[in-house]
Every structure is written in structure tokens, then in C-alpha cells.
Design a protein around this ligand. Structure first.
Ligand SMILES: [Zn+2]
Length: 273
């Protein structure tokens, strides 16, 4: 599933290809992916508008249009968003935007769980997951003080807290496992059991793994591709995620995989306490 570094990489690779472009036509190959307003209204709102700004919040991409409408895309599990310079068919193309430079912006999705919306900026509260999104790693709002405050009194597992989008926006399973590994913290620890220096270490680790993820263009295991259809390379730089039974890069102990907070969880049983 694309997380913040993957969605940010898509934003960066799409930005100069779509900003300033007019959307001439919208092909609704799978209208049910539009969650607001009706698919017909969505098509009418987006057609014949110019994309003025491509922004991102958490895992959401926001296309600001010159009509005052914002088109929002969430890729969920297997969504891909890319610009085609040649008109080749993608068997998973679901919504296709024809641009005024003869290129196409394609939303493709094999499992069809992605969601699209269009509405005035003042109505973005309609998208609950966007409205309640917590501060993002690397943002000025995500401070060490904020993070410590969120740990206080939380008896649940630290992994579950880090996955909570209301607490930190944009972190998902891969980067949560990597953050905990870098900080040497076991994923099943109670959030409020972290000592001051552990909390500080984890705060720094979250920013580091997200920064590294963006630097390497995201993590491509299965479906994720950037806005040009390219693969990221962060999968070659992971400490624990996807490395079950392989030796820990620090101590050589085989990486363990269990289930924590309902998600497959990778960790080093020796380094993470
Ligand atoms: Zn280790």
C-alpha cells in the first residue's frame, strides 16, 4: 500500500506534467470509484478546468483546479496515478483524464479500492480521513513535544499508535516497522512505557525513515509505481520490513515476523526491546 513517501514521490513526478494543464475530457471506466459527489457530477466538475496546484496531505493527493474545485485521490491498496505520453492501454485503467497537451493522466487500480472526490475547498471536511488527519512527519506541526504528549497515558501498543492516522498522518505498515527498528523499540511495547530518551529516538527515527523513503523514490514491492511508471528503490534499504528470517543488519539475528495491531510486523528480537 502506498504510504506518505510513495504518494509524495508520485506528487513530485506528476507535478510538472499536470500543473497548468487543462482537463479536456474525463473517461469514467469505473464510475463507482467516485465517492463524492455522484460520478456524473464529478465528471462535470472536473472537465474543462485547469490544474493549478498539485498538493498532498498524508496519503491523499489534492488537485487544485482553477474553478475552485479540489479533486482528491486516495490510492488505497493498489491505485496508481501516472501520465501517459503515448496512448497505450493499461488493463487496470479506471478513470482517464485527457489533457490539453495530448497526454493522459491515468488512474489505474487492480483491486479497485481507491477513492476519488471533487468538491470546493471549503467542503473538504466531507472526506473524514482527510479532515481528521494528524500532523505529518517532517512537518513543522510534528514536534517532539507533540509526539511525547500523544504517548502519555496510552496503554495500547506503540505500533497501533503509530498507525493511527489521527495521531500521525501518512505513516503505514512499512514505515512504522522501520521506525521502530531504527529506534530499537519492540512493536508490542505499551506506548506510555517509552522513556523520555526512547521517545526522542523514535521521533527522530520516524522522520529519518520517511525522509529516506522519499529520497529513494518510495518502496516498490508489488503495485507501487511513481507518476512516470517507474519503481522506487527504498525496498533495497529496509532494515526489517519484508526481511523475515534474514539476518538483522546490526546483530545478525534472524528478523522475526508476527502480528501486531492486526498487521504483519517485522522486527529484530534481539535489537528491539
Ligand atoms: Zn538485531
Amino acid at each position: 500500500m502506498p504510504e506518505m513517501p510513495e504518494v509524495e514521490t508520485i506528487r513530485r513526478t506528476l507535478d510538472d506534467k499536470v500543473t497548468g494543464r487543462k482537463i479536456l475530457r474525463v473517461g469514467m471506466l469505473l464510475p463507482r470509484l467516485v465517492k463524492w459527489p455522484s460520478p456524473g457530477e464529478f465528471q462535470a466538475l472536473v472537465t474543462d478546468t485547469v490544474i493549478t496546484w498539485l498538493a498532498r496531505r498524508g496519503k491523499y493527493l489534492l488537485f487544485y483546479l482553477d474553478s475552485g474545485i479540489v479533486m482528491v485521490v486516495h490510492l488505497r491498496m493498489t491505485g496508481r496515478l501516472f501520465v501517459q505520453t503515448e496512448w497505450t492501454d493499461d488493463r487496470f485503467a479506471r478513470i482517464v483524464f485527457e489533457l490539453d497537451d495530448a497526454k493522459r493522466l491515468v488512474y489505474a487500480d487492480s483491486r479497485t479500492l481507491g477513492t476519488l472526490y471533487a468538491m470546493p475547498e471549503a467542503e473538504l471536511w466531507r472526506i473524514a480521513g482527510l479532515h481528521t488527519l494528524g500532523p505529518e512527519p517532517l512537518s513543522p506541526e510534528f514536534t517532539p513535544g507533540y509526539f511525547r504528549e500523544k504517548l502519555r497515558g496510552r496503554k495500547g501498543k506503540i505500533k497501533a499508535l503509530l498507525l493511527d492516522q489521527k495521531v500521525i498522518g501518512g505513516l503505514g505498515n512499512i514505515y512504522v516497522d522501520e521506525s521502530l527498528a531504527l529506534a530499537g523499540i519492540h512493536p508490542e511495547r505499551a506506548a506510555d512505557s517509552l522513556r523520555e530518551e526512547e521517545a526522542a529516538k523514535l521521533y527522530g527515527a520516524i522522520n529519518t525513515v520517511i525522509e529516506q523513503g522519499i529520497q529513494y523514490g518510495g518502496t516498490s514491492f508489488r503495485d507501487y509505481r511513481d507518476g512516470e511508471g517507474g519503481r522506487g528503490s527504498n525496498q533495497h534499504h529496509l532494515s526489517v520490513y519484508g526481511r523475515k528470517s534474514q539476518p538483522c543488519k546490526i546483530c545478525g539475528t534472524p528478523i522475526a515476523k508476527g502480528e501486531v495491531a492486526g498487521r504483519g510486523t517485522h522486527y529484530c528480537p534481539n535489537c528491539q526491546k
